[in-house]
Design a protein around this ligand. Structure first.
Ligand SMILES: [Zn+2]
Ligand SMILES: [Zn+2]
Length: 338
């Protein structure tokens, strides 16, 4: 059948899925593995840990289980993954800015909000070039349009999209392969991971990135409301906040569940207390769901003994900010979560 290959070492016929020759033990993907190792080394040298991790994770897939090389690369992935956070990779000046000479360099170096927004904006638009994303997004838009009219539907779907691109950005930072964002009309959106995560920190950072980016979208909508006074923007901000909060329920594969993966039991208790406070402050019944999930997590064995202070701060920060957004009053807008 197709996919069969000949061992370069002993000429034995190998099936398509074989990773090492059973006769002479030669690695089937030796050449590609060497190329990946070279690429990873170069990426690490220029402190591009995302690219280095991407290459090493690919190499892991090409190595048979329980080999020394595999164990060594797995250890390398864990080490590099830890460095992603402790020392964020320096972003090179984008070509179009560099071509503007001194002015471009100034714009970049002084980290103007403009440059930040433009690069993030370009990245956000990138997802729309995937036809599956664009098509499923249009279908979703149609469903919400039917329910709440097009202006709200458009804002809501865009909020969801920005949330998903937050996950995509975090996955890219850690060099983890994943699907493009997909929408399920009337239900939500998701990004499917195509590789295993190496650490609980990766799990937590990938999870919490969605609600953080979603917060950005909600704040933009709220800003538009303040600037124009049009209640539709307040409705979009509030609905976005509600959606992100729902995703922060710390169970299963929801973003909140991922975020809790890196927390110790004591930290989970603190998170539960924070959620309880948010509930008292807002009176929102949605917080009961979050609290229930958090209490459940307090009784489960933690996956780690090492406290993740940053992870707890990320969770409480984004949860609190969305809670505050729920105070936004929206007169006369028919929308979910209102
Ligand atoms: Zn062989
Ligand atoms: Zn999410």
């Amino acid at each position: 059948m197709s996919g069969e290959r000949i061992c370069a070492g002993c000429a034995a016929v190998l099936s398509a899925r074989t990773l090492a020759c059973p006769s002479c033990a030669r690695l089937v993907h030796q050449t590609e593995l060497e190329e990946l190792a070279r690429r990873a080394g170069e990426a690490e040298a220029r402190q591009d840990f995302g690219a280095a991790l991407e290459a090493w994770r690919r190499a892991l897939e090409l190595l048979p289980p329980s080999t020394r090389q595999r164990a060594a690369i797995q250890a390398k992935v864990v080490e590099l993954s830890g460095r992603v956070e402790s020392k964020p990779a320096k972003k090179p000046v984008p070509k179009w800015l560099a071509s503007m000479g001194v002015v471009g360099a100034l714009v970049w170096k002084s980290k103007f909000v403009l440059a930040f927004v433009l690069t993030k904006g370009k990245f956000v638009l990138l997802g729309l070039t995937k036809w599956k994303t664009a098509l499923s997004m249009l279908l979703s838009l149609g469903v919400y349009w039917n329910l709440w009219g097009w202006p709200f539907a458009l804002g809501f779907v865009l909020s969801m999209y920005v949330h998903e691109m937050g996950h995509v950005a975090a996955l890219r930072r850690y060099g983890i392969r994943a699907s493009a964002p997909m929408f399920i009309p009337g239900f939500g959106a998701f990004v499917r991971l195509e590789q295993h995560l190496a650490t609980v920190i990766e799990d937590a950072r990938v999870g919490i990135a969605g609600p953080w980016w979603g917060l950005g979208a909600a704040l933009v909508a709220y800003g538009l409301f303040l600037a124009t006074g049009a209640p539709i923007y307040a409705g979009i901000a509030r609905a976005g906040a509600w959606l992100n909060l729902f995703n922060l329920v710390p169970i299963w594969q929801l973003d909140g569940g991922r975020a809790f993966a890196s927390l110790t039991r004591k930290q989970r208790t603190l998170a539960a207390a924070g959620i309880g406070l948010a509930w008292l402050a807002t009176g929102e019944t949605l917080f009961v769901l979050l609290l229930g999930g958090a209490v459940y997590q307090c009784f489960r064995a933690a996956q780690t003994a090492e406290p993740d202070r940053r992870g707890l701060a990320y969770y409480l920060g984004v949860m609190g900010a969305h809670g505050a957004l729920l105070f936004v009053q929206v007169p006369g807008v028919n929308a979910p979560g209102l």
